[in-house]
Design a protein. Structure first.
Length: 206
C-alpha cells in the first residue's frame, strides 16, 4: 500500500510522461493536415517528428547531468517550461522550418524532463516499491497513445491541428504547477539521475 502523498506524486509524474508521449505521437496522424496548411510536403513536415526525437535523445545525454546540480523539481519545472514553449510555438508555426525548430525546442525540454521524472522514483517511492511506482509512471506512454492522441486528432479534425497544440501547451503549463508540489530534494551520490538503461534495470526487478 502507498499513502496519498505518494499516489499524488506518482500521478503528477505520470502526467508528465503523458505530455511527452502525446507530443511525440500526435503529429504522425495529422501530417497531411499540417502540410496543407503550411504548403509543405509530408516529408518536410515529418522532419519535425525526427527533430523532436533527436533533440530529446541529445539533450538527455548532454544536459541531464548538468540539470542534476539543482533540485529535481527545479529541473522538472525548467524543462517542462521549455517543452510547453516548444509545443506552443509548434501551433504558431507558419512554415515547416519553424515547425522543425519548435519541435526541436520541445525535445530539449523532454530530454531533460524524462530521465528526471524517472529519477524521482527513488525520492517518492516507499522502500522496496520502486519498481511498482516506476511501472505506474511508465503507463503515461500508454495513456498518450490510447487516449490523448486520438482526442487530439479529433480536435484537429474539428477545429484544426493548431488547436491541438495550443491545448496541449496549456495542459503542459498546468503540469508545472504539479511539479512545484513535488518533494524538494537535491541530487546526492546515492540518488543520481537515472539513464534509460538504469530505468530498464529497475523495471525488471521483482
Amino acid at each position: 500500500m502507498v499513502n496519498e502523498k505518494t499516489l499524488l506524486n506518482t500521478l503528477i509524474l505520470l502526467f508528465g510522461v503523458s505530455i511527452i508521449g502525446t507530443n511525440a505521437f500526435l503529429m504522425s496522424p495529422i501530417l497531411n493536415d499540417i502540410g496543407i496548411t503550411l504548403g509543405a510536403s509530408t516529408s518536410e513536415v515529418s522532419r519535425a517528428v525526427a527533430a523532436y526525437g533527436g533533440t530529446t535523445a541529445l539533450s538527455g545525454l548532454l544536459f541531464t547531468r548538468f540539470s542534476a546540480r539543482y533540485e529535481f523539481h527545479h529541473s522538472l519545472i525548467v524543462s517542462g517550461l521549455v517543452l510547453a514553449l516548444g509545443i506552443l510555438i509548434t501551433g504558431l508555426s507558419d512554415s515547416w522550418e519553424m515547425l522543425v525548430i519548435s519541435q526541436g525546442i520541445a525535445g530539449l525540454g523532454a530530454g531533460v524532463m524524462l530521465p528526471t521524472i524517472y529519477s524521482m522514483v527513488a525520492v517518492i517511492a516507499p522502500k522496496g516499491k520502486e519498481s511498482t511506482i516506476l511501472g505506474y509512471i511508465i503507463t503515461g506512454w500508454s495513456i498518450s497513445m490510447v487516449i490523448a492522441v486520438p482526442i487530439s486528432a479529433f480536435i484537429s479534425d474539428l477545429w484544426g491541428w493548431r488547436y491541438s497544440y495550443f491545448i496541449i501547451s496549456t495542459i503542459a503549463t498546468i503540469m508545472l504547477m504539479g511539479f512545484s508540489k513535488l518533494p524538494k530534494v537535491s541530487q546526492t551520490k546515492d540518488n543520481e539521475t537515472l539513464t534509460l538503461i538504469k530505468v530498464l534495470r529497475i523495471s525488471t526487478q521483482n
